[in-house]
Ligand binder design. Structure first.
Ligand SMILES: NC(=O)C1=CN([C@@H]2O[C@H](COP(=O)(O)OP(=O)(O)OC[C@H]3O[C@@H](n4cnc5c(N)ncnc54)[C@H](O)[C@@H]3O)[C@@H](O)[C@H]2O)C=CC1
Ligand SMILES: O=C(O)CCC(=O)C(=O)O
Length: 634
């Protein structure tokens, strides 16, 4: 570990793929070779030579000479190169630009790249020209780059070592770089610590030799307790994604700098208990249950993402009491469920679940028995929320009459007719479809007495939640012939993974279409969900914005320039806001903006304060009575 009490060390940065995201010579090659038929081939050859040099597979001098020979670059290409590199400074270095200005005396950039493009890029961050140690190009009279100044130590093998020797720095040196030649400074005894910088590229041979690996520059500042833009390095935020959400979700979290771990199936309580410690963001779909016990063990949990609509699998009040915000994707798969339901009602009306397997067994059963058109028939929709209402519109377009029942007052769409009770709806409907939510009160919502009220031969569809239907009662109604068929996508007990067997008494019943909870499983829905949920969670983490959280008071406070943002979650008891503001007043901290919203269990306050604050204020705010969670966002 670095010695925090010691005087500040000298910081030696590599440039290519460390200070910037890219290699300068690779970029120069792309610019210089633009429009040439052999551009791709030559750029690839140059990149391969860069990598071989960085990984220590060939000598630096050889790598450089071979790259320059392929380059064909001229002086005029340098200005566009600098402009390009200025836009490609590593993200975490860019956001901590103040560090370079503040500690300019202690910072050196030592690179085997070229001063012509390095100096202007780092100068924008306050790095002094005499602290940039790099090669220089040589040019011919026509301005073609012909090579590099051979008298410069950095143009030779072991150049960085010699350069550090020549510098004769009078204190400890910390080297940050992505290449083997950066490590060699430490190996030669000229640096106290070598940090492998992996934000842009991670080379196993370099990482293996590092005192520490730095996924971002924030991590370095955090470890050294130096001032930083973020309150906490993003690479320390652990995301656990279960049940295979679309790959885009992991990609977005990784882009944000978080560590992402994937588990293909659902986890039961014990399995989740074993993995939840240290997790900041948990992503699930419909099968993983986030119980009170799991939440109690979740020592770092900030947010849960339900990559679906339903959130009945999460103990929402307990999550709220523990200050864990829950987000879902309330509309991203709505259309997919509607399309499946429409397909099912036609397929059932034509008794396809019986005919299809017979055909596969070579049996030709051509008959109209029990088959009907859906045009003019009555569709009874129970639960007229997002799915029910959209289904209503599309079903009418298909020629169905719609009647619906909902416990909440809902806007009647098209010519849909509202029923005041199930008793009114059920005897009228030729097809009954459930689209209620999975709240605990809906356990066994639909039972034998309801099937009995349905028309003889009517069809039944459940694409909502398994536990809302009494399955033995449904099986009895099908077996007796009272119902003409059913389509079921959701079950009280669903396999956790595709490897587990599916058990249900609905198996092998006539005209019954069973699907493995795929109502929302379309490419479109999964991609939409995988973008929607991470976006909500990252907004919450970065700005405190809780819009569309299913369990938190919804707040959106626009970001203020020159402000620190504090997030305070507390038990909803009187007087907490006054106590927070008392602490701020006692410490003479100016409030620039503030928003409080409460619900039945918690209060959520976003406070923007001016720049002047110290650790005492933060500690005092943490100690405010009834605090559940407190975070400094920026
Ligand atoms: N099979 C699948 O893959 C999918 C299933 N779903 C499930 O579909 C269901 C509906 O989803 P959304 O329409 O988005 O939900 P929503 O919340 O927009 O609508 C649910 C509606 O049901 C009503 N409701 C609740 N309890 C009721 C009751 N006892 N009697 C009558 N009405 C009642 C509510 O007032 C609300 O209008 C949810 O359970 C959801 O989890 C959603 C997406 C995919
Ligand atoms: O696709 C999933 O995993 C669950 C879909 C679902 O039931 C929902 O969105 O509520």
């Amino acid at each position: 570990m670095p010695d925090l009490a010691a005087p500040l060390p000298y910081f030696v940065f590599d440039f290519d793929s460390t200070f910037t995201q890219v290699e300068g010579l690779d970029e120069l090659a792309e610019i210089a070779l633009t429009g040439r038929p052999d551009q791709a081939e030559k750029v690839a050859a140059i990149k391969a030579l860069t990598d071989q040099g960085m990984a220590g597979e060939i000598g630096f001098q050889e790598s450089l000479a071979r790259r320059l020979a392929l380059l064909g670059a001229q002086r005029q290409h340098l200005a566009p190169l600098v402009a390009r590199l200025q836009g490609k400074v590593s993200e975490s270095i860019r956001r901590n630009g103040d560090f370079f200005r503040r500690y300019a005396d202690r910072i050196y950039v030592v690179s085997s790249g070229f001063r012509e493009f390095i100096e202007p890029v780092v100068a924008a961050y306050g790095v002094r020209p005499d602290h940039v140690l790099a090669n220089t190009f040589t040019f011919d009279d026509a301005g073609n780059i012909t090579g590099c100044d051979a008298s410069n130590v950095l143009s030779r093998d072991g150049g960085k070592i010699q350069q550090l020797r020549d510098l004769q720095l009078d204190g400890p040196v910390y080297v940050l770089g992505d290449g083997y030649t950066d490590y060699q400074i430490r190996e030669a005894g000229l640096a106290k610590r070598f940090y492998a910088y992996t934000e842009n590229v991670s080379r196993p041979s370099v990482v293996a030799h590092a005192d520490q690996v730095l996924p971002t520059f924030d991590e370095f500042l955090y470890q050294l307790k130096l001032p930083m833009t973020l309150s906490y390095p993003k690479n320390r935020i652990k995301v656990l994604l279960l049940e295979n959400p679309d790959a885009r979700a992991a990609e977005l979290f990784r882009q944000e700098g978080y560590q992402v771990e994937l588990v293909a199936g659902a986890l039961d309580e014990d399995e989740l208990l074993a993995r939840i410690e240290g997790v900041s963001i948990l992503g699930i779909r419909s099968k993983t249950h986030v119980t009170e016990k799991v939440l109690a063990a979740a020592n770092r949990l900030i947010a849960i993402g339900a990559f679906c609509i339903g959130t009945n699998q999460i103990d929402l009040p307990e999550a709220m009491r523990r200050g864990v915000a829950v987000f879902n994707a309330p509309f991203s798969n709505t259309r997919s469920v509607v399309e499946l339901t429409l397909a099912e009602l036609i397929v059932l009306a034509r008794r396809i679940p019986e005919k299809n397997p017979k055909m596969h067994q070579g049996e030709w059963d051509k008959s109209a028995k029990g088959a009907f058109e859906v045009r003019g028939k009555t569709l009874g929709i129970i639960g007229y929320g997002n799915i029910g209402a959209q289904l209503s519109v599309v079903a009418e377009a298909l020629g169905l009459k719609v009647i619906y029942y909902d416990i909440a007052e809902k806007l009647q769409l098209g010519n849909a007719h509202k029923a005041v009770s199930l008793e009114e709806l059920l005897p009228q409907a030729d097809i009954v479809t459930l689209h209620i939510d999975g709240r605990p009160e809906n356990q066994d919502f639909f039972g034998a007495q309801h099937f009995a009220l349905m028309k003889p031969g009517a069809l039944f569809i459940n694409n909502a939640r398994g536990h809302v239907v009494d399955v033995p009662a449904l099986a009895a109604a099908l077996r007796s012939g009272h119902l003409g068929g059913a389509a079921v996508d959701v079950f009280p007990h669903e396999p956790k993974t595709n490897a587990e067997a599916f058990e249900s008494e609905l198996r092998h019943l006539p005209n019954v279409l069973l699907t493995p909870h795929i109502g929302g499983s379309t490419a479109e829905a999964q991609r939409n969900i995988a973008e929607f949920v991470p976006e909500r969670i990252m907004q919450f983490i970065n700005s405190g914005n809780t819009q569309q959280s299913v369990n938190f008071p919804n707040i959106l406070l626009p970001a203020q320039q020159q402000a620190h943002r504090l997030i305070h979650i507390h038990a909803n008891v009187p007087g907490v806001l006054a106590r927070i503001n008392n602490v701020l007043a006692q410490h003479h901290v100016n409030i620039l903006g503030q928003y409080l919203k409460t619900n039945e269990l918690v209060g959520y306050v976003i406070t923007d304060i001016d720049k002047a604050y110290d650790q005492d204020v933060i500690q005092a705010l943490r100690e405010v009575e009834h605090t559940i969670k407190f975070r400094v966002l920026y």
